[in-house]
Design a protein around this ligand. Structure first.
Ligand code: CP
Ligand code: NVA
Length: 312
């Protein structure tokens, strides 16, 4: 069975446990493999990328497959070819498609028409691959045996209620974590994701709560997560957002409100002095480059999960 990863909610707790177990094995024993020999992954980018682009390409190469980067500027999508026709065409050539897109709807349309697995490498609504790498980071840092052990794990997300927040809320709901989200008024995560996370929490026993005061969210947290105040595509709004988000900066004072052993997390790229101070980002409690490294190991596990069809 070939599988898509369009939303964090596409994966069950069991899928996440398996993927992170595999990622841990691959991290322990990093070497050239042949699992995906003869397979080609298309990588479509409508927005810039460093980590997603490089980790997926290296992951594919180290699994024996071939990564084919496709700049959306140079595809016929740019001239109005539909996602559906693009999907039908690319499915004739490729074994899978990873796409970083402006719109989640486009990724869904691509997946509806593709006959090969489609992986979401970030949209305006979600970033599931990043959250999987972040979960692996938490397992490593806190020496947790597997993702089941994240049940009840206390963390705080501080800043913009964006794609990262959405995928984190779903992950917390799936795994039964305790996530406190703190965003300024007007920048909360969307209702759609609040409802989805609440439904998942009802099943898992997880808790996603909302606090206007970032300090209240940080109290008792073992990890404080933040992301840029202006995401890709929001460049026109940068100046206003800088003012609104100022009280939501992850700095030494906010870290002091969290648990003594709390770590600071950021998906990167970061803006030092805005959403996070240099002192925290480059300090001893920061795990941001472990998160970045884990993109590679998790991407491999995701590719094996999604692309390696039975008997292939
Ligand atoms: N965190 C992340 O997705 O980084 P890139 O935008 O560099 O891919
Ligand atoms: N929220 C950020 C994440 C970048 C990895 C953005 O969408 O630009």
């Amino acid at each position: 069975m070939e599988k898509d990863l369009i939303s964090m909610a596409d994966f069950s707790a069991r899928d996440i446990v398996q993927i992170l177990d595999e990622a841990r094995r691959l991290k322990k024993n990093r070497r050239q493999r042949e699992d995906l020999r003869g397979k080609t992954l298309g990588l479509i980018f409508q927005k810039p990328s460093t980590r997603t682009a490089v980790s997926f390409s290296v992951a594919m190469a180290e699994l024996g497959g071939f990564p084919l980067t496709l700049d959306a500027q140079n595809l016929q999508i740019k001239r109005g070819e539909t996602m559906g026709d693009t999907a039908r065409t690319l499915s004739r050539y490729l074994s899978g498609i990873m796409i970083r897109a402006n719109r989640q709807d486009d990724v869904e349309e691509l997946a509806r028409h593709a006959t090969v697995p489609v992986i979401n490498g970030l949209t305006e609504k979600e970033h599931p691959c990043q959250v999987l790498a972040d979960l692996q980071t938490l397992l490593d840092v806190f020496r947790i045996k597997d993702a089941r052990g994240l049940k009840g794990f206390p963390m705080a997300y501080v800043g913009d209620g964006n794609n990262m927040t959405h995928s984190w809320m779903l992950a917390a709901g799936i795994l039964g974590m305790k996530l406190a989200v703190s965003c300024p008024e007007g920048y909360d995560p969307t209702r759609e994701f609040v409802e989805k996370a609440e439904a998942l929490c009802r099943k898992s026993g997880g808790r996603v709560t909302f606090e206007r005061d970032p300090k209240a969210a940080a109290v008792g947290a073992a990890a404080i997560y933040t992301d840029v105040w202006s995401s890709m595509g929001q460049e026109a709004d940068v100046a206003r957002r800088r003012d609104v988000f100022r009280p939501y900066q992850v700095n030494g004072e906010l870290m002091a409100a969290a648990r003594k052993d709390a770590v600071a997390m950021h998906c990167l790229p970061a803006h030092r002095g805005e959403e996070i101070t240099a002192e925290v980002l480059d300090g001893p409690r920061s795990v941001v480059f472990d998160q970045a490294e884990n993109r590679l190991h998790v991407q491999k596990a995701v590719l094996l999960h999604c692309l390696k069809s039975k008997g292939a």
